[in-house]
Write a protein that binds this ligand. Structure first.
Ligand code: FRU
Length: 425
């Protein structure tokens, strides 16, 4: 069967989501503010690693690189999305990070840049970076707008010397994907909350060697379609989109039907990404409590799905889909989780969001009074969480420090399970 006609879209259903609950396997420990932030002058949130084409973490002359959405730390955290600027940071040990600076000086598309991914090609001139991002807002509009397009910047290169690592070059920016209105909702079709078409994620399928881009989107549901028991639920129409590069050229992609959707369940399946282990595909997204349809109890959490090939019949991990969430007394302490493979375990990084804050009836924390927003926003990387994985079950097995991102060759300290085994001896 050709992958263009792979049949019905797998669904995250209300039945699955009705089982969502916190338990010992999925609740992260409470996060305390770190002694040191990534950068005192900056608030940072969505973060991603520079990766090689095969998805492994790039290491350039002994340094790994992360990119993050940033805003000045004296700006109100609730306003940060409106000014988001992508900066890079690098580290030799995965624990201490140096701020590199802004990735782009000018020429970016959109009024501001939202999350994406970055692929490193060491064979390009000087080590070339393919930088996928969300161009948010119309370039020439005077007011802030919420249009989202998937953009690519090429032409940037990585240089290293004794003093550090530098990413520069003359970037060429272009829009590579916009919603088609058929598989993927356009802004004008959106019935509820603002539509989504963002967060591009480069992915090379290890089984087929084919080149893809995943992204966050919505499935168009015309008024009166009768998709759900209640027509209001139809506005909750998140999907995980995918585009294919038939030639393998990382600059040319064509839309394909979504990998999964959550019509009647949830409006935002954010920052989709895949980890492939022994031929099993683990698909992860982040989502918010307030983007679940009425009648469902969700959480700000990392969710995951599993299938036995890229276009497989994805089933939610742990039956309901939740993999990692925040404690009940700190429900917004972390967000925007990113999972990567570390051999025996999966490692999960995220950002330290609003801490010491528990008003479930006010889940949009940007509505907090300004001084409370300032006092309670982490704005730096959260502690890395270690997950055990067994088939379609996941469980927390430990944590590392804020922003500690080990490479696969770097060993981890004993996990909670190892320690329990030892105590049991
Ligand atoms: C997730 C997210 C992304 C988006 C960014 C904007 O935290 O909503 O989907 O790219 O934040 O700041």
């Amino acid at each position: 069967m050709s992958e263009e006609f792979a049949g019905d879209t797998p669904a995250w259903t209300r039945d699955h989501a009705a089982g969502l609950h916190r338990d010992d396997s999925n609740v992260a420990p409470i996060i305390y503010p770190p002694d040191e932030r990534l950068d005192d002058g900056l608030h940072i949130w969505d973060t991603w690693l520079l990766r090689n084409r095969d998805g492994s973490i790039a290491e350039i002359d002994g340094r790994r690189v992360i990119f993050a959405l940033t805003s000045p730390s004296d700006l109100l955290p609730g306003k940060r999305h409106d000014v988001a600027t992508i900066r890079y940071f690098y580290s030799t040990d995965g624990e201490n990070w140096t701020t590199g600076g802004r990735v782009f000086d000018d020429g970016t598309l959109g009024q501001r840049q939202w999350a994406g991914s970055a692929m490193y090609d060491p064979d390009g001139d000087d080590g070339e970076v393919y930088f996928y991002y969300t161009a948010a807002g119309e370039d020439d509009a005077e007011e802030l707008t919420y249009t989202q397009r998937i953009a690519l910047a090429t032409g940037g290169t990585v240089h290293t010397d004794e003093s550090g690592l530098r990413i520069d070059g003359t970037w060429d920016h272009r829009v590579i994907l916009t919603p088609d209105g058929d598989w993927y909702e356009r802004e004008a079709q959106s019935r509820g909350m603002i539509y989504t078409f963002r967060d591009p994620w480069f992915f090379e399928d290890p089984q087929s060697g084919e080149t893809y881009l995943l992204f966050e989107a919505n499935t168009p549901v015309p008024e009166g379609a009768g998709e759900c028991g209640d027509s209001v639920w139809e506005e909750f129409n998140g999907s995980i989109g995918i585009a294919h590069s038939p030639s393998g050229d990382p600059t040319e992609f064509e839309l394909r039907p979504p990998l999964l959707d959550s019509v009647c369940v949830n409006q935002e399946l954010e920052r989709p990404h895949l980890v492939v282990r022994d031929g099993t595909y683990y698909l992860f997204i982040s989502s918010h409590v307030h983007t679940f349809a009425p009648g469902l109890e969700g959480y700000d959490a990392l969710y995951g799905f599993v299938a036995d090939d890229l276009r497989g019949d994805y089933e939610p991990l742990n039956d309901h889909g939740m993999v990692l969430t925040n404690p009940e007394n700190a429900p917004f302490q972390a967000y925007s989780w990113l999972v990567y493979d570390h051999g025996d375990e999966l490692l999960v990084t995220s950002f330290f969001n609003y801490f010491d804050y528990n008003r479930p009836n006010l889940d949009d924390v940007s509505l907090l009074p300004p001084d409370e927003q300032m006092r309670r926003f982490g704005g730096t990387l959260a502690p890395t969480v270690r997950l055990g994985l067994d088939g379609d079950r996941t469980g927390l097995v430990g944590t590392l420090d804020h922003g500690h991102l080990p490479l696969r060759r770097e060993s981890l300290p004993p996990s909670w399970w190892d320690q329990a085994d030892r105590e049991g001896d």
